[in-house]
Design a protein around this ligand. Structure first.
Ligand code: ADQ
Length: 458
């Protein structure tokens, strides 16, 4: 088994003594793979070196893993991260042409930082290392490494949706981005729809085509593309949930909703997550179902994210005002319909809150996969499971067939689904939950990791 080199924008370096409980499933799975094979995880430290050229990589060894972190200049952070990655690629891949802010400077910064990453990484590589690059921040990295003569196997996993050709083509450098993907040996997508869109982009731009057996060509390059829907650490998460009652915060939450049904939403504060439409749907549900008024609480746990990007700053204000307005309009002296919290919670506590909730509301307008949907299912009590209300535009909808699928733009439809979920008989809830849980146990995050790495090795 060759050594593994993982590269991602940010690196979840475990705290000394291993705070594994707070790490997400992706980090847990990749750390386990790195620990088994020995390897390197490289990425941005999250720090800026101001105007100065960043110093050498900072290396930290933990067991068989070396974490290799680099600072970036302030200009790099502005152009590569906030600029091109989060104001062009993120909105484009989430079908939001209206929010994409193109700038030549930002595009140049994106390619420059990818070249910089390649120059920092190349000296650490051994000839038979397997390299696995993650996410939209680093699409051109393989092409840069190839230019430096790196011949290793290189795989890429795209965590977010891949848009249709007409959407992608609105991005001025889309051809270069597509050529960047063709420099990999294997490109992984979350769903069959993303892979189809990708093949459609190659065809439409007359850059290449599907050759069958998951192979594609582009120019003189032949590479593979495949579907690898990411999973969670299903068993470990279910265990957190079973044990969660012992957490004071979960216990307090439970006490505070006695006699009421809990509906939960957990998302980074991001416009792709459909928060404003979701609050509208909850309001509509309450107005349409007077019998449920006063006996339902909607808890939305939403840590702030990317606050430096103007669209996100705006979004924070909008969602907070909207939650306040609905509470003002519907609330009574002893009932607050929406509890809106901008906090990060530990995974065990999150698992406990999911288990208390009769309905998991996961209604993104567009999402690569959406792990919250999977976590909600894994956390349920098999004797009395809650119901997942899931957007048809989340990658998870391709897999979780026991969910109530909704169109998040259809406010009344989502409101009706909430009502249906709250009124669903136990037997139907159990049957739906079991179907999803069986799937999640079989397709957990370790399997995702193994499937991708086996195909990259093949
Ligand atoms: P995200 O857009 O971040 O991920 P998601 O898949 O839902 O979306 O993952 C979010 C993670 O953050 C979950 O594990 C969740 O538990 C955690 N989280 C959210 N709110 C939290 C809170 N308040 N406290 C603590 N933890 C919280 C991107 C893509 C997704 C894709 C993933 C993985 O956008 O589509 O599923 O990568 O590939």
């Amino acid at each position: 088994m060759s050594r593994l080199v993982v590269v991602s924008n940010r690196v979840p370096v475990p705290e000394k003594g291993g705070a594994a409980a707070s790490a997400g499933g992706l980090a847990v799975a990749l750390l386990a793979a790195l620990q088994e094979r020995g390897g390197i995880w490289m990425g941005w430290s999250g720090k800026s070196s101001g105007d100065n050229e960043p110093g050498p990589l900072s290396l930290e060894e933990q067991g068989k893993i070396t974490f290799a972190l680099t600072d970036l200049t302030e200009k790099d952070v502005d152009e590569y991260y906030f600029g091109f990655a989060n104001r062009v690629l993120w909105p484009i891949c989430h079908y939001r042409l209206d929010l994409a802010e193109y700038g030549r400077k930002e595009m140049a910064g994106y390619f420059r930082v990818n070249r910089f990453f390649a120059h920092r990484l190349a000296p650490l590589l051994k000839p038979d290392d397997t390299i696995w690059i993650h996410d939209y921040h680093l699409i051109p990295l393989a092409a840069e490494l190839r230019q430096m003569g790196v011949k290793n196997r290189i795989g890429f996993f795209h965590h977010i949706p891949w848009p249709p050709a007409d959407v992608l083509a609105a991005m001025p450098v889309h051809e270069e981005i597509m050529r960047g993907l063709a420099a990999y040996d294997l490109v992984g997508f979350q769903t069959d729809h993303d892979l189809e869109n990708f093949a459609g982009c190659l065809r439409r731009e007359e850059m290449g085509d599907a050759l069958g057996d998951g192979r594609f060509n582009s120019g003189d390059k032949i590479f593979k593309g495949g579907v690898y829907g990411i999973g969670i650490e299903t068993e470990a998460f279910a265990k957190f949930a079973r044990k969660a009652v012992s957490h004071a915060m979960v216990h307090k939450a439970k006490e505070s909703i006695i006699g009421r049904d809990l509906i939960i939403g957990v998302d980074r504060l991001d416009y792709s997550k459909g928060l404003t439409q979701r609050i509208d749907a909850f309001e509509r549900f309450v107005l349409n179902n007077p019998a449920h008024q006063r006996n339902v609480t909607y808890l939305q746990v939403t840590p702030k994210s990317r606050s430096e990007v103007p669209e996100y700053e705006q979004m924070q204000r909008t969602v907070a005002e909207q939650a306040g307005r609905v509470n003002g309009a519907l609330g009574t002296v002893d009932w607050v319909p929406i509890r809106y919290i901008n906090r990060s919670l530990s995974r065990p506590i999150l698992a406990g809150l999911y288990r208390l909730a009769k309905v998991g509301l996961v209604t993104p307008l567009r999402d690569g996969m959406n792990l919250v949907a999977k976590e909600y299912v894994a956390a349920q009590n098999p004797d009395d499971p809650g119901v997942l209300v899931l957007s048809r535009f989340a990658g998870a909808a391709r897999e979780l067939k026991g969910a109530l699928l909704v169109n998040p733009y259809d406010i009344v439809g989502t409101a009706n689904a909430i009502a249906r979920a709250l009124n669903m008989p136990l037997e139907e809830r159990q049957e739906r939950w079991q179907r999803m849980m069986d799937y999640l146990l079989e397709h957990d995050v370790s399997r995702w990791c193994d499937d991708f790495l086996n195909d990259l090795a093949a």
